[in-house]
Design a protein around this ligand. Structure first.
Ligand SMILES: Nc1ncnc2c1ncn2[C@@H]1O[C@H](COP(=O)(O)OP(=O)(O)OP(=O)(O)O)[C@@H](O)[C@H]1O
Length: 290
């Protein structure tokens, strides 16, 4: 099984320790949601995976071999980041051509399909493209490279809602045709929640959650009802946060016992991935971390 493995990785910038001991293994044929509050180090981790940055400590290996100064490994890992790394005066068609030269292959048929779906003018110079179209060009490249690991850092920046929807559909279609691993760092959690099958959360420099997305969804429940009854029923349950209104209490819980009968007047409903993420990464004082 192909594995991109991160062991005890630390990275600081100046006096700021961003990542302090990341341990996570990305395996093949998965779509990961890489989540974390602003500034927690998601882009930093993606850049380390892609060898654009060097770790202070720890190891990143692809199938057992370090990714550092390893051209063969780097040819299998592609990072689409927020920056536009191509010269502004070049045309869209040049970007596709140079990518093919760099990576040895390029899915021309898929690129032609995506160009048509998103109405990209391949004769246009990059400097002439709107923010959304620049993103679309980078996304087309990311979907057409022959890499086993495709890292997408805020992939839909600047895309309008219909194009975001189209992109998610196209991502699923190409993933089905050619399973590989996508690692998606985004704040639009609900939008990608149907795509991802694993969720990795970074907090305070470490991975605090690495779980199958369906399992995670099963764990989060909101329990609502008369305050005293809800508190009593939740005596042994992990409560992430409560919200009281009049005599009614809404409790965001993790691992509530589904087999335990609910008292009269108490309801339980699923939390979506976005709600779960918000509650899991909320600081105890109610303020958001960092
Ligand atoms: N080259 C750099 N030099 C100095 N500091 C940096 C550099 N790159 C990142 N940082 C700092 O490291 C921290 C983590 O940044 P990073 O971009 O990895 O976070 P992120 O989780 O991707 O954030 P966001 O969700 O806001 O995009 C931030 O405080 C950032 O300012």
């Amino acid at each position: 099984m192909t594995e991109l493995k991160v062991t005890n990785v630390a990275k600081h910038f100046g006096r700021k320790n961003v990542l302090s001991g990341i341990n996570v293994t990305f395996t093949d044929g998965q779509i990961y949601g890489l989540l974390g509050r602003n500034g927690v180090g998601k882009s930093t981790l993606l850049r380390l995976l892609n060898n654009r940055l060097l770790a202070d400590r720890g190891q990143i290996t692809l199938d057992g071999a370090s990714v550092v100064d390893n051209e063969a490994a780097q040819n299998r890992i592609f990072l689409m980041s927020a920056e536009m790394l191509y010269p502004a005066e070049q045309k869209v068609s040049w970007v596709f051509k140079i990518t093919k030269q760099l990576y040895g292959d390029f899915d021309d048929a898929l690129a032609a399909h995506l160009v048509s779906v998103f109405h990209v003018d391949t004769t246009s110079r990059l400097s002439r493209l709107s923010t959304g179209y620049k993103t679309l060009v980078k996304l087309i490249v990311a979907l057409c490279v022959p890499c086993d690991f495709v890292l997408l850092d805020e992939p839909v920046l600047g895309l309008d809602a219909p194009n975001r929807q189209l992109f998610y559909q196209e991502l699923m279609a190409t993933f089905t045709d050619r399973p590989r691993t996508f690692i998606i760092a985004t704040h639009l959690i609900e939008e990608i929640s149907q795509l991802v099958n694993r969720v990795v959360v970074i907090e305070r420099g470490v991975v605090t959650l690495d779980q199958d997305a369906d399992e995670l969804r099963q764990r989060g429940k909101m329990v609502t009802g008369p305050a005293a009854t809800v508190r009593d029923w939740l005596a042994d349950v992990k409560v992430l946060r409560t919200n009281a209104l009049g005599g009614v209490l809404a409790a965001y819980t993790l691992d509530a016992p589904l087999e335990k009968p609910l008292p009269a007047g108490v309801t339980m409903e699923a939390m979506n991935l976005q709600q779960l993420f918000i509650e899991l990464t909320r600081k105890e004082d109610g303020a958001h971390a960092r």
